[in-house]
Design a protein around this ligand. Sequence first.
Ligand code: JFZ
Length: 495
Amino acid sequence: MNSIKTTLMALLLPTVLGVSMGAESSNAPKVLVPPSTSPAAVSTVQPAPTPDRDHPVSSVPDETKAQRDARMGWWRDAKFGMFVHWGVYSVPAGYYDGKPIGGIGEWIMNKGKIPMAEYQKFAKQFTADKFDAAQFVATAKNAGMKYIVITSKHHDGFAMFDTKVNGWNIVQATPFKRDPLKELAEECRKQGIKLGFYYSQAQDWNNGGSANGGKWDKAQEHSMDDYIDKTAIPQIKEILTNYGPDTPAVVWWDTPTDMTKERAARIDAVIQRLRPGLIQNNRLGGGSKGDTETPEQHIPAQGYPGRDWESCMTLNDTWGFKKDDQHWKSTETLIRNLCDIASKGGNYLLNVGPDSHGDIPAESVKRLAEVGAWMKVNGEAIYGTTATPFGEELGKPTEAVDGYGKKRPASSGKVWRATQKPGHVYLIIFQWPKDGKFIVPAFAHTITEANLLADPPAYGFIPKLTVSQNDNGVTVSGLPEKAPDAIASVIDLKY
Ligand code: JFZ
């Protein structure tokens, strides 16, 4: 993968040739027009805006590259967001009838085959008495996260907002009686980060939507179309209009079980009417591709060249709170995941599962703060960057298992990563060299300067780095013996 070359080609070729070049451009006509060598042959008629051929798949058909870039701009720059799975499932917290229920916490109703009437009783214990939107948003901000995506409704159909569509919601069915989405929207605005809503549009185990693996309670039997038209769409209208023109900044669909093309089109029509161009992920269903790929519990070996993408991952092994799950990822894993993802051009959506009081588990808060401390020093190598100009550092794809035990291709290279923005290449080094030198593949521009991003006082002096480069590679010399950061140290190469 040579991103510079790819980007240049992607930028130049479609405008020069006026042709479709993406293998993915399914709807675009594949007409090959030979390049015109004579300017006289170029028509003086203003052509229609060039469709975004190099990012042909989008929730907005036929938008231009400029429109697409403007629409995705903040999201691409953000790189790091907080996923929040919070709902009634945090009350049973992995247990039903005194027995542990296997699997992810927010699936307890399904995995435990809990009847609707039984499950709905949990809402009375959903106190959320510790929930503090200001502190919540501050936890995300302090981690260096630029956006939050919270479950406005998960598969259990419980609305975490003030819905007028039914009574199965946090305002009417719990002692909390408030709308946390409203409080979060206000705080996010105040603290300058974006808020997006997850909405389970297809599966809904309490309002007659679909159910993966089949329904288990007679009371769940219902017409899917009736559910889409009378529950999902009216609630989607509420979440699109009740939280200010900037919120949600993203809508995150999920598990499109039984989503037909028609059902998806009805939902998308509402989005395009009320919030045209809202960023949508690729899980609406019915064949829609959305704006973003959503690899889950794994990091793809090469990213998704030509597509916007976001890896969503848990901090332990569950999305929704489970009191027994203490299988926390190390801060080293989290920071290196973030670097790995950024180096492949993606975003990292890292999950927290607050408990029924509204507290984010302390083990999560601690790790997020540690990632945030790293970001305060090294964030320049992450925010606003694009994928590596090299690619060799990713190694040959190897087989690994994802967070669900499924086999996935992953990167074998574990020594370093790179990101770039105009004028800078950032080398993010996981295994610090012992000989004071770091060598990377050849780079197309002349490097003028090399600096460590870490605080010079860590050494008591400012290390003077030198760079030499030729067709075989770039060598950075003069590196201090000790890594500036034990987890990931950044060299900023200026060109
Ligand atoms: C879905 C949800 O069912 C889950 O509760 C959580 O919200 C997560 C973020 O998304 O889970 C999935 C979706 C897709 C796969 C696995 C779990 N998959 O493709 O393997």
